[in-house]
Design a protein around this ligand. Structure first.
Ligand SMILES: C[C@@H](O)CC(=O)SCCNC(=O)CCNC(=O)[C@H](O)C(C)(C)COP(=O)(O)OP(=O)(O)OC[C@H]1O[C@@H](n2cnc3c(N)ncnc32)[C@H](O)[C@@H]1OP(=O)(O)O
Length: 157
């Protein structure tokens, strides 16, 4: 999943605006996440260990799946320049190697006075919700992102 970057400024957002990206979870993703974070829980890395858990097989780290939400926020909605403030997460069902995770974020509320957007986040596999929660992000306005362009517009206008 390497989507094209799209910048949406605060004034471009409206409640209900939504974006979905999909990612197939590879074993190398899970191994890589274990390496970069140090979370070597064998439920993610060892088939032998995972076979004796209720899941029956290795599962992805919850925070790896959550990271896919961050990818949508940071690349598509709102996109580059968005700053995470908070994120709630409910891990409702496991994600297994080979699963295709559909990640959807939807603008739920806009708070113009502080340029905050609240977004509903849902990850699903085959239509089943595996993770949901809410993100709060700070979103640049066009003027904040490009103050020179704004000054030029005013001078011309
Ligand atoms: C630390 C790391 O190394 C480890 C990881 O990252 S593990 C990977 C991330 N976690 C997961 O993949 C777990 C996914 N979730 C599940 O498989 C299940 O939710 C569960 C096994 C954790 C819980 O299942 P269970 O104990 O069977 O619970 P029930 O389905 O019987 O539900 C009982 C009520 O609790 C509510 N509920 C269950 N899970 C969650 C949740 N994650 N968040 C919020 N609420 C949850 C469920 O809705 C039921 O509520 P009700 O009102 O009784 O209907």
């Amino acid at each position: 999943m390497l989507p094209e970057l799209r910048v949406l400024y605060f004034e471009d957002l409206e409640v209900g605006l939504s974006e979905t990206l999909s990612k197939t979870i590879a074993s190398s993703d899970v191994v890589g996440f274990a390496e970069i974070t140090g979370d070597r829980n064998p439920i993610h890395l060892s088939e032998h260990f995972a076979a004796r858990t209720p899941f029956g097989t290795r599962i992805a780290h919850g925070l790896y799946t959550a990271g896919l939400i961050s990818a949508v926020l940071g690349t598509r909605l709102p996109g580059p320049g968005a700053v995470y403030i908070s994120q709630t997460l409910n891990f409702r069902a496991p994600v297994r190697i080979g699963d295709v995770v559909d990640v959807t974020v939807t603008v739920a509320e806009l708070m113009p006075e502080r340029r905050r957007a609240r977004l509903a986040c849902r990850c699903s596999v085959g239509g089943e919700t595996v993770l949901d929660g809410e993100a709060l992000v700070k979103v640049p306005t066009k003027a904040e992102a490009d103050p020179l362009a704004n000054r030029t517009e005013r001078a011309q206008g």
